[in-house]
Design a protein around this ligand. Structure first.
Ligand code: SF4
Ligand code: SF4
Length: 350
């Protein structure tokens, strides 16, 4: 075992050498305002630091969806497929091993969501009930990796909105990184709200959420997560060429729905992944075959249909065009042609 504690730079160099792109450290005090069921110390009471790492989502992952021609790459590489299940967890795990080789405990944290917490009692006196889930984007802000944009997406200077995050909770004391200045990355341009099919409020509506870390206040739009889930997970005929094939005549106006996020999941997932009887017309038996096969590409887990039209694609298109993010592309703007959107019956809009 190494006798001296590793320096932050040693851990960072190692993490980046294994393929991670982003690295920052929060001390545990920066979580002082967090609810106990979202607090890192709820998982590891001796925690002194939270290391937040990230890996880019490649721009090309969205190309096929932007053109309206090819869906699998995004789900397979950039979403629940390899990015969330291999490309980040492997270097995250290796970095945790690196820290433990110095004699400090390192809890690798998979970025699940607090919405999935079961309604149960604590298992020990004084402990929060299972499962404790961090708000990974807020952890990312606390670690100085970036800020939360108006769209509620985590943003960095290097990639704009294009990254996913994970964390390591450790009893190793590390110097925290400086916090990012609020709105130094998100410029409140509203390109996200304009490109979004109806979930992101415009700033004029005054619907905001805010948090405070040390002396800084971060504020973002109160995104309608029910509508977002319907759009993203295959409940919106305007965004899925697969719905009209499997459910001809189906008409559904997402903009009029008032579902909670959970209720929207209950609606989208069984419809996308469930089965009905096999017929000669639909021999696989899947209710929406195109969605079900995309989920298989995503390692049998989640799948992306809507392809984050506003919060990702419109956002990074804007930021790149304005020269506001570090990674640049030689081929010009991402959005190169008029954008497609179907109507509420899944037909090509006039
Ligand atoms: S498009 Fe991006 S930069 Fe512009 S307001 Fe939305 S999140 Fe902020
Ligand atoms: S995923 Fe789609 S619906 Fe949800 S916020 Fe982003 S653009 Fe809007």
């Amino acid at each position: 075992m190494n006798k001296r504690p590793p320096t932050k730079q040693q851990i960072k160099d190692y993490a980046l050498s294994r393929g991670l792109d982003l690295f920052g450290v929060a001390n545990i005090e920066r979580f002082d305002g967090a609810p106990s069921r979202m607090h890192p110390a709820g998982i590891f009471p001796e925690a002194r630091s939270v290391i937040v790492v990230g890996r880019r989502i490649i721009r090309g992952g969205w190309r096929g969806i932007e053109e309206g021609t090819y869906w699998p790459a995004y789900t397979y590489f950039d979403y629940h497929g390899l990015l969330n299940t291999l490309f980040i967890p492997l270097p995250l795990y290796e970095t945790a091993c690196f820290i433990e080789d110095f004699g400090f405990e390192a809890v690798p944290y998979y970025p699940s969501v607090p919405e999935s917490q079961p309604p149960t009692e604590p298992l020990r006196d004084g402990a929060p009930p299972p499962d404790v889930q961090l708000a990974i984007r807020i952890a990312g802000v606390a670690a100085g990796v970036g800020e939360i944009g108006w769209s509620k997406v985590f943003m960095t200077k290097r990639f704009g909105p294009r990254q996913r995050l994970a964390a390591i909770i450790t009893d190793l004391e590390l110097e925290p990184d400086p916090l990012v200045e609020p709105n130094s990355i998100c410029k409140l341009c509203m390109a996200c709200a304009e490109g979004c099919p109806g979930a992101i409020p415009h700033i004029k509506e005054g619907k905001t959420v805010e948090i405070r870390i040390e002396e800084k206040t971060y504020r973002w739009g109160d995104v309608d997560m029910g509508k977002c889930t319907l759009c993203y997970h295959g409940g919106d005929p305007r965004l899925s060429p697969f719905i009209p094939v499997s459910l001809p005549g189906y008409h559904f106006d997402v903009t009029k729905q008032k579902l909670s996020e959970d209720a929207a999941y209950k609606f989208c997932w069984p419809m996308s992944l469930g089965k009905w009887r096999k017929t000669s017309e639909f021999p696989s038996g899947y209710i929406i075959e195109g969605h079900a096969y995309l989920s298989k590409w995503g390692d049998g887990g989640s799948y992306g249909i809507g392809g984050s039209r506003g919060c990702m694609r419109s956002c990074f298109n804007y930021l790149e065009k304005q020269g506001l993010i570090e990674q640049t592309f030689k081929g010009g703007e991402f959005i190169k042609r008029p954008r497609w959107m179907l109507d509420a019956e899944g037909k090509i809009a006039e």
